[in-house]
Design a protein around this ligand. Structure first.
Ligand code: UDP
Ligand code: MG
Length: 344
């Protein structure tokens, strides 16, 4: 059943945002489950798929779907920009009053969206889905995730709820706030934690990926974790300061000790071992601290370039107004002529 008002171009009440990166194995099932969900919703809705530079047949499949069902839309990014930016691109284009972000692999079950909506109707601006059980994920992934959330809680001044990924519903107010946050280093779950509003959680059991393989190998997880800490906490910088100070005091005491032994202990050539140990220890600490500072400097460097967050290659299934909105973020200084070229 296709919602008539939506087909006529009226703004949808609900928007689903689904990032896609090489998901051809799961797409047919995903689209079936998503359209079934759209049918069940009590008001008009759209589903926005954001292709994050897939190198498989995902795009071809999605173009066909978006052309055949007016509720399905597709944003094709010009290359792989990463999960967090793909989410941002979809949210920028979302026209609904409530916007739900979910993974493509059905680990975020579409049925849970009904629970999220129920809470939103109770007046919550942000409703996140909390994983109570994580099936089919390695012990390492579960342990590292749990450790990371705990460490992050200790290190940041923002409350970032535990065991919560990017599966959440946000209302218009939260969405507009999100759109005003220009940072490139996007740790989306932290950004929603930061903005406040009335927030609540809905629990669900996280099933296994329906098909295909994880698109979050270890190094990508680590990068996300580092971004999370760096963009929400300045504790590592303070760590550099205080541990640097503590080590300098220690080194000063050693220096005094060395001076006294030179003055009062006679003739023994010793100290080579300790010298080497101290030098290597201090240079190690030095490099580590420089590295921490480098992470922040790198962040500043990325921010000052002020490049567009992402580049849209092609849109399918969007109204003109939505295209313009997506474009204004993707390329803030675009002139009318570039607009014609890019969407022509
Ligand atoms: N994803 C993306 N760009 C990327 C990596 C992942 O858009 O560079 C999407 C992916 O298609 C999926 C979601 O992000 O919809 C979460 O990825 P995945 O399920 O592989 O992560 P995991 O659940 O294993 O942490
Ligand atoms: Mg997954």
């Amino acid at each position: 059943m296709i919602n008539a008002s939506n087909a006529a171009g009226e703004a949808p009440v609900y928007s689903l945002v689904i990032p896609i990166f090489n998901e051809e194995a799961v797409l047919p099932l995903l689209v079936r489950r998503i359209t079934a969900l759209l049918d069940k919703l009590d008001a008009s809705a759209e589903a926005i798929f954001v292709d994050d530079g897939s190198r498989d047949t995902s795009v071809i499949f999605l173009r066909g779907m978006a052309a055949s069902d007016p509720r399905l839309r597709l944003i094709e990014l010009s290359r792989n920009f990463g999960h967090q930016i793909a989410i941002t691109a979809g949210m920028d284009a979302a026209a609904g009053d409530a916007v739900v972000v979910m993974d493509a692999d059905l680990q975020d079950p579409p049925e849970v969206v009904l629970d999220l909506i129920a809470k939103w109707k109770e007046g919550y601006e942000i409703v996140y889905a909390r994983r109570t059980k994580r099936e089919g994920e390695t012990l390492f992934k579960r342990a590292s995730a749990s450790l990371f959330y705990r460490a992050l809680e200790q290190m940041t001044s923002v409350t970032i709820p535990r065991d919560v990924g990017d599966f959440r519903l946000v209302g218009r107010k939260a969405l507009e706030t999100f759109k005003q946050m220009p940072e490139r280093d996007r740790f989306v779950r932290g950004m929603f934690g930061w903005m406040g509003f009335k927030q609540t959680a809905v629990s669900f059991e996280r099933p296994e990926r329906a098909a295909g393989e994880t698109k979050y190998p270890f190094w990508k997880m680590l990068r996300l974790a580092v971004h999370g800490v760096i963009s929400f906490s300045d504790k590592p910088l303070r760590l550099a300061l205080w541990s640097g100070l503590a080590i300098s005091c220690f080194a000063a005491l050693l220096g005094v000790y060395a001076l006294f032994s030179w003055l009062f202990a006679s003739g023994v050539v010793h100290g080579w071992t300790s010298t080497v140990m101290i030098i290597s220890f201090l240079s190690g600490i030095n490099l580590f601290m420089t590295g921490i500072i480098g992470l922040y400097v790198g962040g500043i460097h990325a921010e000052v370039k002020r490049r567009p967050l992402y580049v849209v290659d092609r849109l399918t299934g969007f109204e003109e107004a939505v295209k313009a909105a997506a474009e204004s973020r993707s390329q803030p200084t675009a002139s009318p002529s570039t607009r014609d070229r890019r969407f022509g």
